[in-house]
Design a protein around this ligand. Structure first.
Ligand code: UGA
Length: 441
């Protein structure tokens, strides 16, 4: 078993740390945030992820995982240091690598034995060559430090499961020593490992995410055409999915992809292409379609209603997808301000994301409108003039068509997640607008 340090305790770092501990390694997670470290030491996960807290508590009790702000002590004797810090998007679409650089410098100044630095964060192709050089430039002791790429493929909401049951582990190394060490660290996971060069590993991450983003944007484009041509996008997707070359995943049309990954990684790859003098037309198209799709519900409702002023608007779901409290790039963040500007009286429900949303839109008067947060979907629907569904939470899906009809003042529903059968809503007397399933008005 290995002595492993993990830099950064966000989705990537903390899940990596907890799962390495679960597989028997000795893990120290490093974060600069003292209060976060204290929280984790007391067995509490700072992020909402199914099964993560249990894993942290179990492995803490077994003495296999610890948390610290003291990076030097965590790094000095580590066999491998995994970097899972953020690479946020900059205004021009490029990735901000300053957190990676800070950690790289701390590593260079702390390591006292040969060690492998493994970058899990998503970084532009070629970055890890530079990280290795950077560490070498600042290295204090006479030791060998190599850098490997090991991109992460977990999805928020299923991060622990995605890691323990990953479809593949990608390792990108430049020496046999690094390859063997990383293979050995992952050996207890008993999962397929694809070993490639460092740059190919970096590219696999972007190419995979951007392909999935493309798939979603393609289906959204087709959905919009389905509305114009009188076809049903769900039937179309079902028909397509029987072709194994297409597959049956990520064919759900809706209000576009959000989250911390697809929006950032599509823009980053487009930026890289531009830098290299190449135009990545497919990815650019995915971005364009997504930008326009995000406000599709608002655009549809604006055509149907002469005003939102004074209307009670139920908003069901705020997060970019169910199973997470993350709001990054969520469609709600674009539609809610438009509705508030037009004077809507919003009653918003989200089982876990409301607290985060409140920080952006505090309860009370906002713009020309007003926003109230409620603790169940029924309260949001009560006496509402119109309802928007932005996230397909189980609590929202549990509502039956009759409830919209009975609870709302006027049962007018805009569903960005195609939760209900069109016929069932119509039979219940609900005026139902969804994505790609009935002719555009
Ligand atoms: C995504 C990838 O799925 C992971 O494989 C990857 O590791 C991760 O990014 C990352 O790079 O860290 P995530 O952003 O957590 O994971 O969430 P997804 O479940 O992929 O959903 C992303 C967005 O696409 C959501 O807004 C979701 O509603 C939307 N989506 C997804 C659709 O609109 N249609 C679909 O068919 C699928």
């Amino acid at each position: 078993m290995f002595k492993v340090a993990v830099a950064g305790t966000g989705y990537v770092g903390l899940v990596a740390g907890a799962t390495f501990a679960e597989k028997g390694h000795n893990v120290t997670c490093v974060d600069i945030d003292e209060s976060k470290v204290e929280l984790m030491k007391s067995g509490i996960s700072p992020i909402y992820e199914d099964g993560l807290q249990e894993l942290m508590q179990k492995n803490c009790a077994a003495g296999r995982i610890d948390y610290t702000t003291d990076y030097a002590s965590a790094y000095k004797n580590a066999d491998a240091i995994f970097i899972g810090v953020g690479t946020p998007e900059q205004p021009d679409g490029s990735a901000n690598l300053s957190y990676i650089a800070t950690v790289a410098r701390q590593i260079a100044e702390s390591v006292e034995k040969d060690c492998l630095v493994v970058v899990k964060s998503t970084v532009p192709v070629g970055t890890n060559d530079k990280v290795e050089q950077f560490i070498e430039d600042f290295l204090v002791n006479d030791v060998k430090v190599e850098v490997a790429s090991n991109p992460e493929f977990l999805a928020q909401g299923s991060a622990v499961k995605d890691t323990l049951e990953a479809e593949r582990i990608i390792i990108g190394t430049e020496s046999e020593w690094a390859e063997e060490l990383l293979m050995n660290i992952y050996e207890p996971f008993k999962l397929p490992i694809v070993s490639v060069s460092r740059r190919s590993a970096e590219m696999i991450k972007y190419a995979s995410n951007d392909f999935l983003a493309l798939k979603i944007s393609y289906m959204n484009d087709i959905a919009n055409l389905c509305e114009l041509a009188g076809a049903d996008v769900q039937d179309v997707a079902r028909g397509m999915s029987f072709d194994a070359r297409i597959g049956d995943k990520f064919l759900n049309a809706g209000i576009g992809y959000g989250g911390s990954c697809f929006p950032k990684d599509t823009k980053a790859l487009e930026f890289l292409a531009k830098q290299k003098g190449y135009e990545l037309k497919t990815v650019k198209a995915a971005i364009d379609v997504n930008n326009s799709q995000k406000t599709m519900l608002y655009k549809k409702a604006s055509k149907r209603l002469i005003t939102f002023s004074g209307l009670k608007v139920a908003v069901l779901g705020l997060t970019f997808k169910p199973g997470t409290d993350d709001l990054r790039e969520a469609a709600s963040l674009e539609n809610v301000p438009l509705l508030l500007e037009k004077g809507a009286d919003i009653f918003a429900y989200d089982p876990v994301g409301a607290e985060n949303f409140k920080r952006v839109f505090p309860e009370g008067k906002s713009g020309n409108g007003h926003i109230t947060y409620v603790s169940n979907p029924e309260q949001a629907l009560d006496n509402a003039n119109v309802c928007f569904i932005f996230t397909e939470w189980g609590e929202v899906k549990a509502l039956i068509p009759q409830q919209y009809q009975e609870l709302m003042r006027t049962p007018l529903v805009y569903d960005g997640r195609n939760i209900y059968a069109v016929e069932a809503m119509e039979e219940a007397g609900v005026e139902y607008h969804s994505i790609g399933r009935r002719p555009a008005e």
